[in-house]
Design a protein around this ligand. Structure first.
Ligand SMILES: *[C@@H]1O[C@H](CO)[C@@H](O)[C@H](O)[C@H]1NC(C)=O
Length: 373
């Protein structure tokens, strides 16, 4: 025990004397807002000192919300820990993080909409050499049943010292409206390369956003209209109006490895990847279709598209887990082929939340035919 604490001390000393440890994985310092303002820094629930929440800098109308607090007839419940913040009209929260320049990162955080109106959040990271480069996460659709959804967003670190800003750009008619934010986490992404065994990048979805460990929300949303450079799911684009959900084996049935993707919004939630191909050559696109053991029941169909070919894979879900394999063979017609997956229908759980089939283990290889005599 003594030896262990000695080792720990040495590790700690090394860490602090360097002072340059960059963040790789986990909840950001005070990312759950458990350390909050002193009573003198608040007026009711509103925080009046912009530096009152350790590790964060506040702008605009920010409220510090304790779980169980009432707003009208609504009971505000915080999913992790006891506190969250609410971002009023044009309000933002900002934190500084040490990262590694040149690496890709993904931000994960919990959000709850508090009013029926259309709410959104603007996530941005500085420095950023590209002007007008930020992510608007729309929150019209609520994907969970308890009001809290977990969102993610990816970015390239352009410096070892970055600032992450979460901003509510909406004009709220009611100051008590505006999203609640909790559990802000970060993860360095190491995008896998294409190999001989798989021409697709991250086909097994093992590399992706940080999954909050203690969550009954379940899954992380990869928001819609996400291009490669902001995809928290390396290699993949979300080509649709609605999000897809990233699932982990700790909370769901995952066919292969530790992660999979749930197509939760029917034709409105599609994932895609563009692959270099040789025109005239035949390829095999194999993948697994199943359900996540999350009580999502019904007749499902996953549609896979490649070149001019489509494969519809039916799957009967009892909502208890299970999967099947499918292969789409196609002949490439261009030097770049778009691979795309969507679900023909969306399902709804008994609690009213959207759900659908999962896909996993997506592989693509060139097919060599035996020459006929
Ligand atoms: C989003 O945030 C960035 C950085 O704070 C800002 O420059 C941009 O104008 C915001 N976009 C919207 C639509 O509010």
């Amino acid at each position: 025990m003594q030896k262990l604490s000695a080792i720990l001390l040495v590790v700690l000393l090394c860490a602090t004397s360097n002072g340059v440890l960059s963040f790789t994985d986990g909840i950001l310092p005070n990312g759950q807002f458990e350390y909050g303002p002193k009573p003198s820094q608040m007026k009711g629930t509103r925080v009046i000192d912009p530096k009152a929440i350790p590790n964060w800098e506040l702008t605009g109308f920010i409220e510090y919300i304790k779980s169980g607090q009432k707003q009208g007839d609504m009971l505000l419940v915080v999913p992790e820990g006891a506190y969250a913040v609410r971002l009023g009209e044009d309000a933002s929260i900002k934190t500084k993080v040490k990262v590694t320049k040149g690496l890709f990162y993904s931000i994960t955080f919990n959000v709850a909409r508090t009013c029926a109106q259309e709410e959104k959040l603007n996530v941005s990271v500085s420095p950023n050499s590209e002007p007008n480069d930020w992510g608007i996460l729309p929150m019209q659709t609520m994907y969970s049943s308890n009001g809290w959804d977990t969102y993610s967003w990816g970015f390239l670190a352009e410096s070892n010292n970055i600032e992450i800003v979460i901003h509510n750009p909406s004009v709220e008619k009611d100051p008590a409206c505006g999203p609640l934010v909790d559990s802000v986490a970060l993860k360095a992404l190491f995008p896998p390369r294409r190999t001989n065994a798989n021409m697709l990048k991250n086909g097994d979805f093992e590399e992706g956003p940080f999954v909050l460990p203690k969550t009954d929300v379940g899954g992380v949303l990869i928001p819609p209209n996400i291009e490669d450079d902001h995809s928290p799911l390396p290699g993949w684009m979300i080509e649709s109006l609605k999000a897809v959900k990233y699932l982990d084996a700790e909370h769901f049935a995952v066919p292969k490895g530790k992660r999979a993707v749930e197509l939760i919004a029917g034709k409105e939630s599609a994932i895609a990847q563009v692959v270099k191909t040789t025109p005239g050559k035949v390829y095999a696109l194999s993948f697994v279709v199943g359900d996540a053991n999350n009580a999502c029941e019904g007749s499902m169909i996953v549609e896979a598209f490649a070149s001019k070919n489509t494969l519809r894979v039916p799957y009967e879900s009892k909502g208890k887990g299970g999967f099947k394999q499918a292969v789409l063979k196609f002949r490439a017609v261009t030097t770049r082929t778009r691979i795309r997956f969507l679900s023909t229908f969306y399902q709804m759980k008994t609690d009213g939340s959207l759900c659908g089939p999962i896909i996993d283990d997506v592989r693509m290889i060139g097919v060599r035919y035996a020459k006929h005599a």
